[in-house]
Design a protein around this ligand. Structure first.
Ligand code: MIG
Length: 749
């Protein structure tokens, strides 16, 4: 091996007989490792990472007996003569290392040295399609390692010993624990070790497989069918550090409009204006706070995007205006498939400008989705994204407040899209095989940027398909779940892992999409949903209707109680989005993120936290009225009874149907708003501070909740110090927005 490194540079190029490895230090905790393919001089452009993330970092290269070692203040990376790479934390403690990376050789098994074999134990079986893999690595796992991240995968929180695929998939069957892939591809994993933690982001959009110790508990493998081996190694003391680095690279969820954190009501579909108006009336009648109604595909004329069905929605602008007066916003669905129909302007213009994917011979590629024969906009191209973005004028003009992007895996009814359908990667011709996993990503980007140009508000975009980094443009939901207890249970680890993968704004369809909900399941689902960031009830055509008032008085009363609780806690959620901007931390967090050194949290699937002050331990079993709750070390207060409880163990909590066990950390300050029927940003608000015994410091953020004025300093930031004896001191750290009319302090005794 020969290596090139210039003093003062942050790049080390290492040439082997058959390949080149490039180490690029991004900052002291993050290093990019790229295996350049033959003929490549520099790494490929990333779809996930925008802008230059490199920070000036001092690095040192040391020649060693069997290779070289790169040092920053936080990491050490050893590259051996035989091509193996080892990763160490600052003190030189081993974190993980390669067993061989055979991006050219296919199988990597044979190349193991005796030492490696000793290290990893006996070889297991390779996954079936290993031979066709262009990229593969095998890296060591230690016995105590736990694995988190990977986006929206089904199953339990800790992904160790499971295998997943990255290939955006719309599979209508009920999502089971053994599903390899769902709608999103987020090739990012974090390993929590007995000491320390590290993360790996494999930035490759092709289909890939993560075998996380299933083949052999002593290692994990990563394979991709194409592209190059190009990943970011990041380390820190804890998962929180890794999430900070990962979201520093791929981006964070921008501050949402405050109303988007309210309650949303959806159904496939509210078929006409009368139905929508009646829905809004019922919200008022049954005293259900609500900020948004979603219009699914049937608002369109023959499922043609950017049109309205004038038979059923004769005057959308009037309807939306009236609803607006009642405090309700409208979000409309927009699918990527454009109906193949001459005379339909979106189709005609797209054809004329060559904006749709082709079969390679220059013919339009046609598949089938809701409108029947349909074509696929080529969102990888900047020009196409801008064109698509502009189309939203037709919806915004009518008063629409947000866009819901569905079917953007992309989904197709007439068999999957062939690998070689031509899609572009900016100006370079590419193919479906390479662009599939970023189709939804680029569609979301097109929508976000389109909305941003069309008005001053913060764009509200929801998407189903994603790649790493989509969190910058869109909120996500987990697609077509079912009204099943297993799916309510799954919502917790799924949303927690999404959050740890950058997607701080996420939700599941409350009540479940497919199948028929029961009143008990629905009530329990609200008790989880009101603590997730996207709080939307949605259900499929043909299933039992799922609006809150259809299940009897008791259910209605309880559902109302939890939607109201959500509205009370809105400033807390909003503060957590502000915190997310600063740190990348999600709003909804598994306990392991807050208490990673407590082993009891590593596999805790049925509890979570909202921020670091509120612990939620919902009932997710039919018929259960007691809940086994784990409370980590420290003092806690039962939110309902205000009873003081010492943590560090398990308790049995009373959890009749109207109780979702909730605990507040000692020293916490919970900011609240009075319950409202909807969010009204223009009103002078009253802020309530619920102060719990114990010492603590809390930051509260406030702005107009609507546009980007906060970027110019129009916001307030308060530092609230809880002295522990019922006394709070509130200091304004930044003043740039009107102050609250009233602040009420409630001291919990
Ligand atoms: O093929 O638009 O996940 O939320 O209601 C089904 C109809 C298409 C799937 C979405 C779902 C939506 C439904 N869509």
């Amino acid at each position: 091996m020969i290596y090139h490194f210039e003093e003062g540079s942050q790049e080390c190029r290492i040439e082997f007989r058959d390949r080149t490895i490039l180490l690029t230090v991004i900052n002291e905790a993050v290093c990019r490792v790229t295996a350049l393919n033959r003929g490549e001089q520099k790494p490929q452009r990333s779809a996930a990472i925008e802008g230059d993330k490199q920070k000036q970092t001092a690095i040192r290269i040391q020649k060693e007996e069997t290779g070289i070692r790169l040092f920053t203040d936080k990491i050490q990376i050893a590259v051996e003569e035989d091509g193996r790479i080892g990763f160490f934390e600052r003190e030189g403690r081993f974190l993980t290392g390669y067993l061989s990376e055979g991006e050219e050789s296919g199988s990597c098994g044979e190349e193991l040295t005796e030492q490696q074999k000793a290290f990893i134990g006996r070889e297991g079986h390779e996954t079936a399609d290993v031979a066709e893999n262009a990229v593969s690595v095998k890296m060591t796992l230690d016995e105590a390692d736990c694995i988190y991240g990977l986006g929206d995968k089904t199953g339990v929180l800790n992904k160790r010993e499971y295998e997943y695929e990255m290939w955006n998939t719309d599979n209508p069957a009920p999502h089971e624990d053994n599903f390899k892939a769902l709608y999103k591809s987020v090739p990012f994993m974090m390993v929590l070790k007995e000491q320390g933690a590290y993360g790996l982001f494999f930035d490759n959009t092709e289909k890939s497989v993560f075998n996380l110790g299933k083949e052999n508990t002593k290692y994990f493998t990563y394979h991709a069918v194409g592209g190059s081996l190009d990943y970011y190694f990041m380390t820190g003391d804890d998962l929180a550090d890794i999430i900070g680095e990962y979201t520093g690279l791929t981006g964070r969820v921008p501050m949402p409009m405050l109303w988007t954190l309210g309650y949303h009501q959806s159904r496939w579909s509210y078929m006409n204006e009368g139905e929508v108006r009646e829905l809004a009336e019922n919200m008022k009648k049954y005293e259900i706070p609500c900020d948004c109604i979603h219009l699914d595909i049937d608002y369109m004329e023959q499922y043609k995007v950017f049109t309205w069905n004038r038979d059923s929605f004769s005057e959308p602008e009037r309807m939306i205006e009236d609803l607006g007066r009642q405090g309700m916003k409208i979000v409309t669905i927009v699918d990527p498939g454009v109906k193949k129909e001459e005379g339909y302007s979106v189709f005609d213009e797209g054809v004329e400008k060559k904006y749709f994917a082709t079969d390679g011979q220059g013919n339009l590629y046609v598949n089938e989705v809701w409108p029947g024969d349909a074509v696929y906009p080529d969102f990888g191209r900047i020009e196409v994204r801008e064109w698509w973005g502009r189309q939203h004028k037709a919806l915004l003009e009518k008063g629409v407040s947000g866009i819901w992007n569905d079917m953007n895996e992309p989904a197709s009814f007439n068999g999957p899209l062939p690998d070689d359908v031509v899609f572009y990667d900016e100006e370079t011709p590419s193919c479906h095989k390479t662009m599939h996993n970023v189709y939804g990503h680029y569609m979301s980007k097109a929508t976000y940027e389109g909305l941003q140009k069309l008005d001053d508000r913060r764009p509200f975009v929801i998407t189903r398909a994603c790649y790493s980094g989509t969190q910058k443009y869109a909120v996500v939901w987990t697609g077509d779940n079912n009204s099943l207890w297993t799916h309510l249970r799954m919502a917790i680890p799924q949303l927690c892992n999404l959050g740890m993968s950058g997607f701080a704004f996420a939700g599941t369809d409350v009540g479940g999409f497919g199948s028929d909900v029961t009143s008990e399941l629905l009530v329990r689902w609200y008790q989880v949903g009101c603590f997730s960031t996207l709080f939307r009830n949605h259900s499929a055509m043909g299933t039992r209707r799922q609006e809150p008032w259809l299940f009897g008085d008791e259910s209605l009363r309880i559902i109302r109680k939890y939607i109201r609780l959500r509205y009370e806690l809105l400033p807390y959620f909003y503060d957590l989005f502000y915190e997310h901007q600063k740190t990348g931390l999600p709003v909804m967090r598994p306990l392991v993120l807050e208490y990673s050194r407590d082993k009891n949290t590593h596999n805790l699937n049925d509890e979570f936290m909202v921020g670091s002050n509120l612990l939620v331990s919902p009932v997710v079993e039919q018929g259960q009225v007691k809940k086994l709750v784990y409370l980590p070390e420290g003092t806690w207060y039962d939110y309902w009874t205000k009873e003081r409880i010492e943590g560090g163990g398990w308790i049995v909590a009373d959890a009749p149907l109207d109780i979702c066990p909730l605990y507040v950390k000692a020293g916490a300050v919970l900011p609240k708003y009075p319950v409202r029927s909807h969010i009204d940003e223009s009103k002078d608000e009253k802020l309530i501070l619920e102060v719990y015994p114990g010492e603590g410091t809390y930051y509260h953020y406030q702005d107009n909740g609507t546009d980007f004025a906060y970027e110019k300093g129009e916001y307030n930031l308060y530092r609230i110090v809880n002295s522990g004896n019922g006394d709070v001191k509130m200091e304004t750290e930044h003043q740039g927005y009107r102050e609250y009319g009233e602040i009420e302090i409630i001291s919990v005794k």
